[in-house]
Ligand binder design. Structure first.
Ligand SMILES: [Zn+2]
Length: 389
């Protein structure tokens, strides 16, 4: 049945050779990790504490996108941060307040994970980072995990904060949209103890609506029992350089699905393409990692003589189905799975009727792919995601 309904699939024509990428890096090998060292603000020569800068040495580290402090067994105490810097042979990271002793794992921007560090990183929990600020009285320290967060990704926007005073402090946290300074949502944790890290996560929603792309910041307000107030940051003026705002991060609803050099084809590779092509073809080397542009449920995972290996994902809160075709091999996820935004789903390939390695990407309106929806031109979407991710 499916064979019949996708028989009309247009296939990649030999789009002008000039549109195929030349050279370019293939998906890099997974990062390999060798040693861990505490560099600054350490509790001991090889003992870090919250706020310490640690250096992880190894190989293939240039593309590392996050450093995961895995803590004990299980994922509940995992904490991921963006590296402070990533070089070929080493990566530096700041130990987040919520990290506990355990192995460290490096994850490349395209999702490849290193093995855990051979030795665990020891974190001295008795020596918390000293909140910034001077003099006595109420202090707040705020730490955002990740500079960039995608809606529906495994890693949510997360802020940890710590208040310091002689007595418990009453706290409220606001999420500010930096474009216009609007407070999008608010949490009221109430009274929290001094010197005890607290964490709040944001899933991208407010008032029942998915929020727009852009830069946001958490602001923590604290009131001491004697009525002294403090906040973690001044409200930035709209249009102020957003990057400088402490506790800010970039929120995006989609990620560009090809994680490597690529080239959006022209002519016959475009939507329509003079041949009823229901997709945009994006050329990239075979083997370049593919990730889900938006999380959702895998509706179909199939092989078809023309489409090759493909999957269709019902994108969370989009009304769209996302189809990825000509994958090098069967997708890494199964029909019925829920995938995260940015989760690796496979690799660019040329299976089926494809001329050259490329992703054939379709976007269908609800109710969905070959089930009552219709294909729309995905190029404006792809271009927007490409500019920002
Ligand atoms: Zn195509």
């Amino acid at each position: 049945m499916l064979g019949t309904i996708i028989a009309g699939l247009a296939t990649a024509q030999p789009a002008a050779a000039a549109t195929a990428p030349t050279g370019g890096a293939q998906a890099g090998p997974a990062p390999r990790l060798r040693t861990l060292q505490c560099r600054t603000a350490c509790a001991g020569v090889s003992t870090a504490r919250a706020g310490s800068r640690v250096r992880i040495t190894g190989r293939s580290l240039l593309g590392v996108g996050s450093v995961v402090f895995t803590g004990g067994p299980g994922g509940a105490d995992d904490v991921a941060v963006d590296p402070l810097l990533a070089r070929k042979t080493y990566v530096d990271a700041r130990v987040p307040r919520t990290a506990v002793s355990g192995p460290v794992v490096l994850v490349s921007a395209d999702g490849a994970e290193s093995a855990p560090s051979p030795t665990p990183l020891t974190i001295d929990a008795s020596a918390p980072a000293v909140p910034s600020g001077s003099g006595g009285g109420l202090k707040i320290d705020v730490e955002v995990q990740g500079n960039r967060v995608f809606y529906g990704a495994e890693r949510k926007a997360r802020v940890s904060y710590l208040v310091r005073d002689s007595q418990p402090v009453t706290v409220a946290v606001e999420l500010i949209r930096l474009a216009d300074g609007a407070a999008i949502t608010r949490w009221e944790p109430g009274t929290v103890p001094s010197d005890t890290p607290q964490t709040i996560t944001w899933d991208g929603m407010a008032g029942g609506r998915l929020q727009r792309d852009g830069r946001y910041a958490f602001r923590v307000f604290a009131t001491s029992q004697s009525g002294v107030t403090a906040s973690s940051a001044q409200t930035p003026a709209p249009g102020a350089p957003a990057k400088a705002v402490p506790g800010s991060f970039l929120f995006q609803r989609n990620i560009f699905p090809i994680r490597g050099p690529h080239n959006c084809g022209t002519g016959a590779a475009m939507f329509g393409g003079g041949r009823g092509h229901q997709a945009q073809d994006v050329f990239a080397k075979c083997g370049t990692p593919l990730v889900a542009a938006r999380g959702g449920v895998v509706k179909f995972k199939q092989y078809h003589s023309r489409a090759g290996y493909y999957i269709v994902v019902d994108g969370d809160r989009t009304g769209y189905d996302y189809a990825y075709m000509h994958m090098r091999q069967a997708a890494l996820v199964d029909q019925g799975d829920h995938v995260y935004t940015g989760q690796r789903i496979g690799y660019v390939g040329d299976t089926g009727h494809a001329d050259g390695c490329h992703l054939h990407f379709e976007l269908w309106t609800g109710p969905g792919w070959y089930s009552g929806g219709h294909a729309v031109d995905p190029l404006p979407f792809l271009s927007a995601w490409d500019r920002t991710s």
